[in-house]
Design a protein around this ligand. Structure first.
Ligand code: HEM
Ligand code: HEM
Length: 244
């Protein structure tokens, strides 16, 4: 579907900076691949965090794991399947950033030297700190969301995928493609144990993002001047007023 937003105010310019929007109406923002990827990633990360937690802190096995049940095997298996969904999804999402609309690129860059971006960012910080009386309107992500999506989500998801595939290669053996592609991770961090620990820490960084992200998404949906939750379902941003 064509993106009608390109002629409207409040749309990112070539550098991806998005001035706040003046006016109301509806804009088609998130294309279908973005929305499918978002909810598939939510399912994958939820599975990964739950199963990962039990891999790190296993339940006591009564009378010997193998003779009783294969529960731990299923937990690991679910972790690996969800891990591949996350990692392949990330590659597909990056491809879509190259071929999708202007909003598809937003979480891949942060124009930190652009005064317009910094101005919008400062306003958003003040709004979240209860210091600004009114939120500004944005067609795509607000600048603070963009900043956290780049630093907290994207970098962490990449780190978890790379360290996860390296850990997976230990089971597959040094002849596997996983070891050939990701074996260097062990040399970089010194030992397998350290990679386990850092992969584990990565989970908590990701959960930090998820908690603030879900809080902000629901709060903005209620307090903000545009649709938020339904936008990640239908793709359309609906503005509730026409004021600046
Ligand atoms: C594991 C949990 C989650 C992760 C990792 C996650 C990650 C993300 C990312 C990376 C984006 C940017 C999308 C893009 O531009 O490609 C995004 C957007 C969004 N997410 Fe999530 N999300 C999670 C859970 C949720 C949940 C549970 C909700 C609903 C309550 C939600 C609502 C939204 C909304 C509404 C947007 C669009 C925000 C906007 O329009 O600025 N997310 N999320
Ligand atoms: C959001 C993403 C992810 C989270 C939250 C996560 C979480 C975890 C946690 C907490 C552990 C336990 C570490 C320890 O204490 O030893 C773990 C282990 C592991 N993860 Fe992940 N992980 C993620 C992504 C991935 C990916 C993409 C892969 C790749 C397939 C992967 C493969 C593994 C492997 C192979 C182990 C070691 C299993 C074992 O030693 O039995 N993980 N993960």
């Amino acid at each position: 579907m064509a993106n009608p937003s390109t002629t409207l105010p409040g749309v990112p310019d070539a550098t991806g900076t998005e001035p706040h929007r003046e006016g109301g109406g509806s804009v088609y923002v998130y294309q279908i691949p973005i929305r499918l990827w978002h909810w598939a990633t939510v399912a994958a990360i939820s599975t990964l965090a739950l199963t990962g937690y039990f891999i790190g802190s296993p339940l006591p096995s009564v009378g010997g794991e193998a003779s009783d049940s294969f529960l731990f095997g299923y937990i690991r298996s679910a972790h690996f399947i969800a891990g591949y969904v996350l990692a392949i999804g990330l590659v597909a999402r990056t491809w879509w950033a190259l071929v999708g609309n202007v909003h598809a690129r937003q979480i891949y860059t942060v124009p930190v030297r652009d005064p317009k971006f910094l101005d919008e960012l400062w306003w958003q910080v003040r709004w979240y700190s209860f210091l600004a009386s009114e939120p500004r309107k944005h067609v795509g992500h607000n600048p603070l969301a963009r900043l956290t999506m780049f630093f907290l989500f994207l970098q962490t998801a990449l780190f978890l995928s790379v360290t996860g595939l390296a850990l997976y290669s230990e089971g597959e053996g040094i002849e596997s493609w996983q070891y050939k592609a990701f074996g260097w991770v062990f040399s970089l961090f010194g030992s397998s144990q350290r990679v386990h620990t850092l992969h584990h820490v990565g989970m908590w960084v990701m959960l930090l993002f998820v908690m603030t992200h879900v809080y902000a998404a629901i709060r903005e949906d209620i307090m903000g001047r545009a649709s938020i939750l339904s936008t990640m379902i239908s793709g359309w941003r609906n503005f509730r007023d026409t004021r600046e």
